[in-house]
Design a protein around this ligand. Structure first.
Ligand code: C2E
Ligand code: MG
Ligand code: MG
Length: 381
C-alpha cells in the first residue's frame, strides 16, 4: 500500500517480507522504477529519491515508531554519497542521541561565551620562520567529555549553529590581530569558512564590517574554504570571495586533493593558494603514489601561480621532500600542535619567529612543538 504523508514524502507498507535482503531488493526495484528519466514538454526529468526501510516482526509496534525508524534510515540514505536505500539500524538511534547532546552542549557553550580557539603555526619551510596561524574551534574541556571538531562542526553545520561558531572564531582572531599591533607584520590568521556560510549572501560585508570595527586590515586574514560550496552554489560563493579578495583578504582551498577539482575549474576559482590535505603528506615518504600526487599538486599550483601549504607535516624528512618538490610552506605537529594563542612573540629574528619572546632558545630552523607551547604563557580565549 502506498500513500503520500507530506510534501515530497511517501510511505510504502509492505507485508510478507521475510528478510533484510528481500526488503532491500524490493526497495531497489522500486527505486529503479521511480528514477527512470521521463520526458515532459521537450524536457527530460530525472527524479532523485532516497529510501529508508524499517523492518519489524513485532505486531505491537506503533505506526509512529515504525515511521520514525524509516525516517531516520531515509536521512542516513540521503547523507550517504553512494547509497540511495538504507535500512534502519539501532546505531542510528545512538547517533541521533549523540548529535542532540552535542547540539545542546554547543548551544550552552555559545550562550556562555565559552567556545575556545586554538592556533596552529604555519611555517616557512625554508627557514623555519612562522608566517601565520590557523584558528581552530575547540569545545571547552569538561570532565570526562571530549567533543572533537570532527564531531561538533558537522552538527553545527546541520543545525545552523555554525554561523555563531564562525562569528566567535572570527571575532577572537580579529581581537588577537588587533592586540598584536605593529607586531603582526608579515603574519596572518587563517579561519575556516563553512560551506553554509559561503552559500549565504552577505558574508563579505559582515567580515569587512567586523574587521573595520577592530581596525584590522583584511590583508592579515586568510579564509580557508572547501570545494563543495564552490561547486554547489558557485555564483554566491564566487561573488562573496571575490569581494573579500578585493579588500585584501586571501583565500585558500583547504584539504586539497580530497574533492573533485578539475584543472580547468581550479584555474577559474577566486583563490590565492591551496592546502594539500594531510592524507597525502602522511604517505609522502612511504607511499610512492602519495609522493607522486603531492609533487603533481605542487607543480599544478605553481603553474597556476597559486601558493601551496602542506598540511599535517610531522617529520623532518617530509620537510626535505616537500622542499625538493618546491613546496615552501607547511603546517603540522612538527612545528606545533594547535594551542592557545601565545601571549608574546619575538618577531625580530625571522629565523626563529615562532619562538615566544620568553624562550631562551634562539636556534634557527624548525621549532619543535614543545617549544611553541611550554615556555609560553597563553590565554585560551
Ligand atoms: P582543517 O581545517 O583541515 O584543520 C586541520 C586539522 O588537522 C586540525 O584538526 C588540526 O588539529 C589537524 N592537524 C594539524 N596538523 C596535524 C598533524 O601534523 N597531524 C595530524 N594528525 N593532524 C594535524 P581539528 O582541529 O580537529 O579540526 C578538524 C576540522 O574541523 C578542520 O580541518 C576544519 O575543517 C574543521 N574546523 C575546525 N575549526 C573550525 C571552525 O572554526 N570553523 C569551521 N567551519 N570549521 C572548523
Ligand atoms: Mg583548515
Ligand atoms: Mg585541511
Amino acid at each position: 500500500m502506498a500513500g503520500r504523508i507530506g510534501g515530497d514524502e511517501f510511505v510504502v507498507l509492505a507485508i510478507d517480507i521475510d528478510s533484510k535482503e528481500e526488503a532491500i531488493q524490493w526497495a531497489e526495484r522500486l527505486h529503479t522504477g521511480l528514477t527512470t528519466p521521463w520526458h515532459d514538454e521537450g524536457k527530460t526529468i530525472t527524479p532523485r529519491l532516497s529510501m529508508g526501510i524499517a523492518l519489524t516482526a513485532d505486531p505491537e509496534i506503533s505506526v509512529d515508531e515504525l515511521l520514525r525508524r524509516s525516517d531516520l534510515a531515509m536521512y542516513s540514505a540521503k547523507a550517504s554519497p553512494t547509497a540511495s536505500v538504507a535500512l534502519f539500524d539501532p546505531q542510528l538511534d545512538e547517533q541521533v542521541k549523540r548529535e542532540s547532546l552535542i547540539r545542546c552542549r554547543l548551544q550552552t557553550v555559545l550562550e556562555a561565551d565559552q567556545l575556545c580557539v586554538d592556533y596552529q603555526p604555519i611555517v616557512d619551510l625554508v627557514n623555519g620562520s612562522m608566517i601565520g596561524f590557523e584558528a581552530l574551534a575547540r569545545f571547552p574541556a569538561e570532565e570526562g567529555v571530549s567533543i572533537l571538531p570532527s564531531e561538533f562542526i558537522p552538527v553545527a553545520e546541520n543545525t545552523g549553529l555554525i554561523y555563531r561558531v564562525s562569528d566567535k572564531v572570527l571575532n577572537r582572531c580579529l581581537e588577537k590581530l588587533s592586540g598584536l599591533g605593529a607586531g603582526r607584520q608579515a603574519m596572518s590568521i587563517s579561519i575556516n569558512v563553512s560551506p553554509l556560510q559561503l552559500s549565504q549572501e552577505g558574508l563579505a560585508t559582515k567580515i569587512i564590517k567586523m574587521a573595520e570595527k577592530l581596525h584590522v586590515p583584511l590583508s592579515y586574514l586568510v579564509l580557508e574554504v572547501t570545494e563543495s560550496p564552490l561547486i554547489d552554489r558557485p555564483q554566491n560563493a564566487m561573488r562573496e570571495l571575490a569581494l573579500l579578495r578585493d579588500c585584501g583578504c586571501r583565500v585558500y582551498l583547504d584539504d586539497f586533493g580530497t574533492g573533485y577539482s578539475s584543472m580547468s575549474w581550479l584555474a577559474q576559482l577566486p583563490i590565492d593558494g591551496i592546502k594539500i590535505d594531510r592524507s597525502f603528506v602522511t604517505g609522502l615518504l612511504t607511499d610512492p603514489r602519495s609522493s607522486l600526487l603531492v609533487a603533481t599538486m605542487v607543480r599544478l599550483a605553481r603553474d597556476l601561480e597559486l601558493d601551496v601549504i602542506a598540511e599535517g607535516v610531522e617529520e623532518e624528512a617530509q620537510v626535505d621532500a616537500l622542499l625538493a618538490m618546491g613546496c615552501t610552506k607547511g603546517q603540522g605537529y612538527l612545528f606545533g600542535p594547535p594551542a592557545p594563542f601565545p601571549e608574546r612573540f619575538s618577531f625580530s629574528n625571522p629565523r626563529c619567529a615562532a619562538v615566544p619572546a620568553s624562550s631562551t632558545s634562539s636556534s634557527a630552523g624548525r621549532p619543535p612543538p614543545a617549544r611553541a607551547r611550554d615556555s609560553t604563557k597563553s590565554d585560551h580565549s
